[in-house]
Design a protein around this ligand. Structure first.
Ligand SMILES: Nc1ncnc2c1ncn2[C@@H]1O[C@H](COP(=O)(O)OP(=O)(O)OP(=O)(O)O)[C@@H](O)[C@H]1O
Length: 262
């Protein structure tokens, strides 16, 4: 079945934003289907992170719409998006370094709670039951990302690759339909990158759609089903990895960026 034949989980429609006079992202549209790994690539400053921040409710777009399962969610607060099935990780790790790995994973369960705070303060049975369920879920997630044996360790002592996997585990606690990953392999060595590759592929195989921003081009080409290319805020190409990597406009954008850097 072609990708167009499957219903879109996420639709980005004509999204744009300007900072001062600079059109950081201009009229960008694409879709993500269930179980698909879609990557957004482009030279430095192309607008990838800005696009991500608009999709995930961090920035208010100046134009366009974001739809999740057909419903408009443009500029919806991140915790509300999470409740509707969109979770994300950040380029800079958002891990509590002095907490244990398990405690970090447990926090993933509480991101969307309205907070029956009184029940928790009073230590009521309902709150103890919830805490037990979160801990069991967190342990399952740690096993899924290969960190079950590190559960009781302080997160600050983990390798960089393990921290990245912990962040993905935490985002999975909300049982998302789509997971946005902002540079999941940044700062990782080749072995750690490969572990993250496998994890992303496993998560996608379980039916969760993945939207990825990543600089590691080898990784992008290995894991993506579909690639969207940005340059100077505009979408200049999209397609499968082989098609995109042969596209003259894409090659020119990367060569141009290299020349500008050099
Ligand atoms: N908050 C902001 N205020 C002003 N300009 C911004 C802001 N955020 C991004 N920009 C500008 O918008 C453009 C796109 O930036 P963005 O960080 O989205 O690119 P990127 O593709 O993620 O880059 P990189 O690959 O370096 O992470 C750049 O010219 C950047 O300087």
């Amino acid at each position: 079945m072609t990708r167009e034949a499957r219903e879109a989980l996420l639709s980005v429609e004509g999204l744009g934003i300007a900072f001062g006079g600079l059109k950081a992202v201009n009229d960008v549209s694409f879709t993500v289907r269930p179980g698909e790994i879609v990557s957004v690539i482009g030279p430095n400053g192309a607008g990838k992170t800005t696009l991500f921040n608009m999709i995930s409710g961090v920035y208010l777009p100046g134009m366009g719409k974001v739809k999740l399962m057909g419903e408009e969610v443009t500029a919806m607060a991140p915790h509300l998006l999470a409740r509707r099935g969109m979770s994300r990780t950040f380029q800079n790790l958002q891990i509590f370094q002095s907490m244990t790995v398990l405690e970090n994973a447990v926090t993933g369960y509480h991101l969307t709670e309205r907070g029956p705070v009184l029940a928790d303060l009073l230590g009521l049975p309902s709150s103890r039951r919830r805490a037990r369920a979160s801990e069991e879920g967190a342990r399952r997630l740690l096993a899924r990302v290969g960190l079950e044996r590190a559960a009781e360790r302080e997160a600050g002592n983990l390798s960089y690759g393990s921290l990245k996997r912990l962040e993905i585990a935490r985002a999975l606690a909300l049982n998302p339909k789509i997971l946005l990953l902002d540079e999941p392999a940044a700062g990782c060595n080749a072995v750690e990158t490969e572990e993250i590759d496998h994890l992303i592929a496993e998560v996608a195989a379980s039916g969760v759609a993945i939207l990825l921003v990543e600089h590691d081009m080898k990784m992008v080409m290995r894991v993506s089903n579909h690639i969207v290319v940005l340059d100077h805020g505009e979408k200049i190409a999209e397609g499968d990895p082989a098609t995109v990597s042969r596209n003259p406009a894409v090659i020119a954008a990367y060569l141009g960026a290299e020349n500008a850097d050099g």
